[in-house]
Design a protein around this ligand. Structure first.
Ligand code: NAP
Length: 307
């Protein structure tokens, strides 16, 4: 029986692990299939306080993990495939192994959203990617396209100019969701071309099993045309990882956990932290802050229960 199980090993999960471990609760962290969360897919993090020169995303989460392990946190590979939160202790199925816990911190984050075109889905890993940091290297001197109008799209487009001959940024509207600084940085980059009011309607070439181009459609004029592209990076936001809790936890229509004050969910003893609940701020530092809040709530809850 665990005192506390933490689902997720991004900033939120790792920070919750540091705090609960330091409180002597011996937390078990379920790392998920993509350990380290979204920061492990980032390059430079320039806005995490305490690192005036910036820090590499994967290094930041790895440091957090080491800090938690120093205080006795345990890490387990794998993902939660089933959960029973109907009574305490809560029960979790980790890829076939059931474990029990008195409290639970859900810090399972969010995963990349796709365009959901059949051709795009078939070509994931064959020229279609959601992670510039992971796959940019394969597109040296190639034609790259990025989809999206948020900070992720700007960041990926900028990053990919290190590799590609040219980066086309395709956005469905004529104004951006991205922050001013990120947008200005992308606009100042001579290797980035902006294609506005435009959507990708098809990715070629499924028959060859490799990306050779896309069909684009101007959403204002209706005009369609084809463009040669070697790599397509989809950067259109994220979906919270809450599927295993559907029907048990209070979720909003997009699947984000609904907060019941502080780090509390609708189930006593189950707490949330980070992007799995936060659709507004979604920053490394806010996720860490939320992990800290959840840990403190767990400590108080267990103490009140006499553990
Ligand atoms: P986002 O802000 O939600 O932006 C998603 C973008 O994708 C929007 O421009 C949206 O278009 C577009 N989009 C959504 N669905 C689409 C579809 N089916 N087809 C075409 N386009 C579609 O997501 P994000 O850029 O991933 O950023 C998420 C959060 O992380 C934000 O709070 C952001 O500030 C933060 N972030 C920060 C940094 C940084 O500071 N270094 C880096 C990355 C992300 P519409 O605008 O038309 O809806």
């Amino acid at each position: 029986m665990h005192n506390v199980v933490i689902i997720g090993s991004g900033c939120a999960g790792n920070t919750a692990a540091i705090y609960t471990a330091r409180a002597g609760l011996k937390p078990l962290v379920i790392q998920g299939r993509e350990a380290g969360g979204q920061l492990s897919l980032t390059t430079e993090v320039e806005n995490f306080p305490g690192f005036p020169e910036g820090i590499n995303g994967p290094d930041l989460v790895e440091n957090m993990k080491k800090q938690a392990e120093k205080f006795g946190a345990e890490y387990m590979h794998g993902a939660v495939i089933e959960a029973d939160l109907s009574q305490r202790p809560f029960r979790l199925n980790i890829e076939g192994d059931w474990i029990e816990t008195r409290t639970l911190i859900i810090a399972s984050g969010a995963k990349a959203r796709w365009l959901d075109l059949p051709s795009e889905q078939k070509l994931i890993g064959h020229g279609v990617s959601s992670c510039a940091t992971c796959d940019g290297f394969f597109y040296r001197e190639k034609e790259i396209m990025v989809i999206g109008g948020g900070d992720s799209a700007m960041e990926e487009a900028n990053f990919l100019t290190r590799f590609g001959r040219r980066v086309a940024l395709v956005h469905r509207r004529d104004s951006f969701r991205a922050s001013k600084i990120m947008l200005e940085r992308a606009k100042a980059n001579p290797k980035i071309e902006f294609i506005m009011n435009t959507a990708v309607t098809e990715v070629h070439d499924v028959e060859q099993n490799i990306v050779t181009g896309v069909t684009l459609k101007n959403l204002v004029t209706g005009e369609t045309w084809r463009r040669e592209v070697d790599g397509l990076f989809v950067a259109i936001g994220h979906i919270p990882n809450t599927q295993v809790f559907e029907g048990q936890l209070d979720l909003d229509p997009d699947g984000y956990i609904v907060s019941h004050g502080g780090a509390r969910t609708n189930i006593t003893g189950v707490f949330h932290a980070g992007d799995v609940q936060d659709r507004v701020y979604r920053q490394a530092i806010t996720a860490s802050g939320a992990g800290c809040m959840a840990a403190i709530e767990v400590e108080r809850f267990l103490e009140a229960e006499g553990h």
